[in-house]
Design a protein around this ligand. Structure first.
Ligand code: XIL
Length: 393
């Protein structure tokens, strides 16, 4: 062999080798990287839906990081604000469906269990409703609102929070605008109208502090009243705006059992766990509460930077205990929805004191999963994890 030939042969072998590397290496890499990443929705798929309330930026898809997390982690959505009465019907008889339509389209695109929130609630009502003082006029308003909204999304909204926060803390009916003008019957009326407008949709009564024994008794009375009249009600929504220390697992468990015994499903509709001081012992989620005197008070807002590790651990442990309880009763629970996607977007940065930095969810301000996320996921790791598709780059 001439030296030139030898050199050529060596060169060809080298080329072949390089070529084969090029051919096989990427394939091998593709095989080694899991095609799908674990997610909340995948991991809990055999137990219950996992969801988030989404805001306007997410609905119109301008929040890229938020959209990525929503698509990857959740299989049910709730609109945080955009389907409330004041936004859907700001002026009597004039409806604005711009964001609600986009919300429903996004839910369809992402193959979500789509929740409607909320039809009849005394908060976030348009001004004109406050001047409706006559019972026939109030009944007509409720009828028009429910018929128009529920029919528009028939078959597309899978569950409705039909009536929100109708009860006082002692379980009696709240003297809301609706109750004052129409009497207690407004609850039945709303459920009946919703059932007629979309017989397939799941109909939910939603409220906060539903772990409280007296309020629990009030829900039981309310559900039984509807059932006795043959009016459809499918679920009780426990809002679940909770803290690191309360409510107790026992109180939550007793409510899950009590509601389930009525033959309805339990939905945790607005889960978040505040990490901030609550010196006034406020419980629940009365949106009208506003402690202005504490605005700017640093002692009320101690975690303006990152959450300290010790508190991060407390939050993780609290979430793990809650999810352990949910799993124990997964046969009774249809859904667990967080009230927001990440800490930065949580309403608890503004309520009940404006301008605080709260850390109540599973994703931090950069949309990265927190320790609480891993602890919740760890509950399912022993089972076969169902994987979800890799987020697009
Ligand atoms: C809250 C929203 O998160 C806020 O953005 C808004 O300013 C007030 O309402 N119970 C409910 C929710 O049923 O609709 C509330 O949402 C939180 C308490």
């Amino acid at each position: 062999m001439t030296n030139t030939f030898k050199a050529l042969t060596l060169f060809s072998v080298l080329l072949l080798f390089l070529h084969s590397c090029k051919e096989t290496k990427p394939d091998k890499l593709v095989e080694e990287v899991p095609k799908e990443l674990p997610s909340l929705k995948g991991s809990f798929a055999n137990s219950f839906y996992i969801g988030a309330a989404i805001n306007e930026h997410q609905i119109i898809e301008t929040d890229d990081k938020g959209i990525e997390v929503i698509d990857r982690e959740f299989n049910t959505l709730t609109p945080e604000n955009n389907m409330k009465w004041m936004y859907l019907q700001p002026v009597a008889g004039t409806f604005d469906f711009e964001f609600a339509d986009k919300y429903v389209a996004l839910g369809e695109k992402m193959d979500m269990f789509v929740v409607g929130h909320t039809l009849v609630w005394h908060s976030q009502l348009p001004d004109f409703m406050h001047s409706v003082k006559d019972s026939a006029a109030m009944a007509a308003q409720i009828k028009n609102h429910i018929n128009t909204v529920v029919s528009r999304y028939k078959g597309k909204i899978h569950a409705w929070d039909v009536v929100n926060e109708a009860l006082n803390e002692d379980g009696s009916l709240r003297a809301s605008l609706f109750q004052q003008v129409l009497g207690d019957e407004y609850v039945e009326y709303a459920f009946q109208l919703a059932a007629e407008a979309d017989p397939e949709a799941e109909l939910i009564y939603n409220d906060y502090n539903l772990w409280k024994p007296e309020k629990r008794a009030g829900v039981v009375r309310l559900v039984k009243r509807l059932q006795a009249k043959g009016i459809k009600i499918d679920g009780v929504g426990m809002q679940a705006h909770w803290s690191l220390v309360g409510p107790t697992l026992e109180d939550i468990e007793n409510s899950i059992i009590a509601y389930s015994e009525l033959g309805v499903k339990v939905h945790f509709t607005e889960l978040d766990v505040t990490a901030l001081p609550n010196p006034w012992d406020a419980e629940g989620a009365e949106v009208s509460q506003n402690y202005e005197e504490y605005e700017g008070d640093e002692t009320m807002d101690p975690y303006r930077g990152d959450l300290p590790d010790s508190v991060q651990m407390q939050l993780a442990k609290r979430y793990q205990e809650l999810f352990k309880l949910f799993l124990k009763h997964e046969d009774k629970i249809d859904r667990v929805t967080f009230w927001g996607v990440n800490d930065g977007g949580s309403w608890l940065n503004g309520w009940p004191i404006k301008g605080r930095t709260n850390h109540p969810l599973l994703f931090d301000r950069d949309f990265e999963p927190k320790k609480a996320y891993s602890e919740v996921m760890a509950l399912k790791m022993k089972d076969k994890v169902t994987y979800n598709k890799i987020p697009s780059e």
